[in-house]
Design a protein around this ligand. Structure first.
Ligand code: AIR
Length: 395
């Protein structure tokens, strides 16, 4: 054992207390158990919602807005390290904390850069990383149609994006996103979407998980298969580009790097300075010896990285709130049927369902890595298992 791993005791304070903090806290508990108490990491959260997913597992829950300076200060006072599981914190307020000696990983500068989609892309481009072309002004003449109109800040899970296909869409897009600062982005007729979850430590070492293949639907992730069904060349480019991104930020922690593939060319779509939805498959212990959540905790607390060599293929399917307009309390149906197909359920315990809200995910682990057709079969089974789960309103 590396001596950086002996008797680690750390309190990580997350801005955000949603499913990503929940799964990190679950992994912290498992690590404590597996190490016989040697790895003692506790999770604190800042989240305005009293019943947020990570509430029950958090040591301290500061109930305040993500950008509330007093809330941030309180989170810092009970934590050794500040990190994020949502990008909505006030980077300026977090920088003030850091300047007063609070350890913040990744840095508030990285958070600030990533929060603005235009600034993020310009930063990546300035470091020689391939990205789609984008302009900050409303001049569709520069990029033509189709193109993507995006809110520069605050959008996630497909919120804040509007595809402009024809001229009439321009007005509709502005009506939908009006009042916000916007960026217009080249529309990429991609053939594949891939992502790499990678971590960087304080010594500059980078550790990546194998490339995942993503399927989105209306801007929200539907499923991720690891390994991606792609060519070795595309996988190698994606890994290389993800490595460049982590180098560019030069920061500490897990990052999710989403990329488009256009004719074999890899372009960065979006970077998240946190654990990522497309990395949830790494939670399955028979597929991966280390999860992205454990890797993030290892990176920010200065522990050596865990191993990321994949043992078995895994397909993760999101469970989103149904698109029926219902918002409120709910219950699940069909969980046992999905489990009978081998699906492992991860439910986030959100107090309320909303249309297309991320409520949970299921994972299926295959029997042999790189066996022909194995990932196809897992994808098909994951779709079937997902179709058995229903989220039903109870009000
Ligand atoms: N999240 C953060 N950025 C993007 C996503 N999906 C996760 C975090 C956050 C939660 O989604 O875990 O706390 C918020 O989910 P919701 O459904 O409350 O909007």
């Amino acid at each position: 054992m590396d001596d950086r791993e002996a008797n680690v005791k750390a309190r990580i304070g997350f801005v955000g207390g949603g499913q990503l903090a929940l799964m990190t806290a679950q992994e912290a508990e498992r690590m404590r158990r597996d190490s016989g108490g040697d790895l003692d990491i506790t999770i604190n959260i800042l989240d305005p919602e009293k019943n947020c997913p990570a509430h029950a597992l958090a040591s301290e829950h500061v109930v305040a807005g993500f950008s509330d300076p007093n809330g941030l200060q309180k989170l810092a006072s009970v934590s050794d390290i500040i990190s994020y599981e949502i990008e909505l914190g006030d980077a300026g307020a977090i920088a003030l904390l850091r300047d007063r000696g609070v350890v913040v990983r990744p840095s508030p500068e990285t958070l600030g850069r990533i929060q603005d989609k235009f600034v993020q892309k310009r930063f990546l481009a300035s470091r020689g990383i391939p990205v789609p072309r984008c302009v900050a002004v409303a001049a569709i003449v520069e990029l033509g149609l189709p193109s993507m109109l995006k809110a520069r800040r605050g959008g996630y899970d497909g919120r804040g994006n509007y595809l402009l296909r024809v001229k009439d869409d321009v007005e509709k897009g502005y009506a939908r996103l009006g009042g916000k600062e916007l960026v217009l982005e080249e529309f990429i007729p991609w053939t594949e979407e891939v992502s790499v979850i990678a971590a960087r430590d304080e010594r500059g070492k980078v550790s990546a998980f194998p490339v995942g293949e993503n399927i989105h639907e209306e801007g929200i992730l539907r499923l991720t298969a690891i390994p991606a069904r792609t060519t070795p060349e595309v996988a190698a480019s994606a890994e290389r580009v993800a490595g460049q991104v982590l180098e560019a930020f030069g920061d500490i922690g897990v990052f999710g790097v989403e990329m488009f593939v256009r004719d074999g060319e890899v372009l960065v779509n979006e970077v998240a300075p946190r654990v990522h939805n497309t990395g949830h498959g790494t939670l399955e212990r028979d597929a991966f010896p280390t999860s992205q959540f454990e890797q993030h905790m290892r990176a920010v607390t200065g522990m050596p990285f865990g191993e990321t060599t994949q043992r078995l293929p895994v397909v993760m399917h999101n469970i989103l709130g149904e698109d029926n307009g219902y918002q409120g309390r709910y219950r699940y149906e069909g969980l046992a049927q999905a489990e009978a197909l081998g699906a492992r359920m991860h439910l986030y315990g959100k107090a309320e369902v909303r249309p297309r809200r991320k409520m949970g995910h299921l994972s299926l682990v295959g029997e042999r890595l790189n066996a022909k057709g194995e990932v196809d079969r897992l994808v098909e089974r994951a779709e079937r298992a997902r179709s058995m789960v229903r989220i039903v309103g109870v009000e």
